[in-house]
Design a protein around this ligand. Structure first.
Ligand SMILES: Nc1nc2c(ncn2[C@@H]2O[C@H](COP(=O)(O)OP(=O)(O)OP(=O)(O)O)[C@@H](O)[C@H]2O)c(=O)[nH]1
Length: 214
C-alpha cells in the first residue's frame, strides 16, 4: 500500500465539506458503557489518539465551535466516548484518549474494554480517524489501537496533528516512520491528513473527506 498526503479538495468537494460543517454541532452525551450509546440511526466517524494529541482541538476546529469538545491541558481528561451531532445526519465521536502514563491500570483496562466493544460492535461506524502528533509519529500504543481497528475491520485514516509545531525537515522523517508503520495495517486508508488546529491547516480537507463518507 502506498501512503500519500491528502491533497486540498477541489471547489465542489470543499463546498460539500463546508455545507456539512455549516450545520449545527452539539454535544449529545458522554457514554461509559455500550448500553449508553445513542440509537444507531446515522453515519458516524470517530476520533482516536493518545492523550493530549489534540483531539478536542481538532473537533472544535472542524465544527468551528470553540469549546465544543473541551480542549484541556490536563492529559487524560476525556474519559468517556463523547457523542456530538453534526447536522441531522452525522455523529462525530470523540474516543477516550489512550496511553496516559499515570492512569490507574483499572481505568486503562475499562477504557480498553469499552473501546474494543465499541469498535467491533458499532454498525454505523464508517471510519476511525487516528490522530498522531506530528512531533512524535506512531508510538506503540497507536500501533495497538491500529491493530484493534484491523481486527474489527474498521477502516482508519491517519490524521497528523500540531503540524505547526514541526519544521519541514523533521516532518519528512516522521512521515517516513508513519508510512512504514501504517504499511503493516490492512485497515489503514491510503491518504494521510496533515492538520494544525491552531493554524487551520488541513481542516477544510478533513471536512470534505468526512462529507464524502456515507
Ligand atoms: N501548536 C498547537 N497546539 C495544539 C494544536 N492542537 C492542540 N494543541 C494543544 O495541545 C494540547 C492538547 O490539546 P487537546 O485538544 O486538549 O488534546 P486532547 O487530545 O483532546 O487531550 P485529552 O483530553 O487529554 O485526550 C492543548 O494545549 C492544545 O492547545 C495545534 O494544532 N497546534
Amino acid at each position: 500500500m502506498q501512503f500519500s498526503l491528502a491533497e486540498a479538495p477541489d471547489e465542489a468537494t470543499a463546498e460539500k465539506g463546508r455545507k456539512l460543517f455549516a450545520g449545527q454541532s452539539e454535544f449529545l452525551k458522554g457514554v461509559v458503557a455500550m448500553s449508553g450509546l445513542p440509537e444507531a440511526d446515522r453515519v458516524e466517524v470517530c476520533f482516536a489518539g493518545r492523550s493530549n494529541v489534540g483531539k478536542s482541538s481538532l473537533i472544535n476546529a472542524l465544527t468551528g465551535t470553540k469549546g465544543l469538545a473541551r480542549a484541556s491541558n490536563t492529559p487524560g481528561r476525556t474519559q468517556e466516548i463523547n457523542y456530538f451531532t453534526q447536522g441531522p445526519d452525522l455523529y462525530l465521536v470523540d474516543l477516550p484518549g489512550y496511553g496516559y502514563a499515570n492512569a490507574p491500570l483499572a481505568v486503562v483496562e475499562k477504557w480498553q474494554k469499552l473501546l474494543k466493544r465499541y469498535l467491533s460492535g458499532r454498525q454505523t461506524l464508517r471510519r476511525a480517524f487516528v490522530l498522531i502528533d506530528s512531533r512524535h509519529g506512531i508510538k506503540k500504543v497507536d500501533d495497538e489501537i491500529m491493530a484493534l481497528l484491523d481486527s474489527a475491520a474498521v477502516t482508519f485514516q491517519c490524521v497528523m496533528t500540531k503540524a505547526d509545531k514541526v519544521k519541514a525537515k523533521d516532518l519528512d522523517k516522521v512521515m517516513e516512520q508513519v508510512r512504514s508503520a501504517l504499511s503493516k495495517h490492512p485497515a489503514a486508508y491510503p491518504e494521510i491528513v496533515m492538520t494544525s488546529s491552531e493554524k487551520g491547516e488541513g481542516i477544510a480537507t478533513l471536512r470534505s473527506i468526512i462529507s464524502g463518507i456515507d
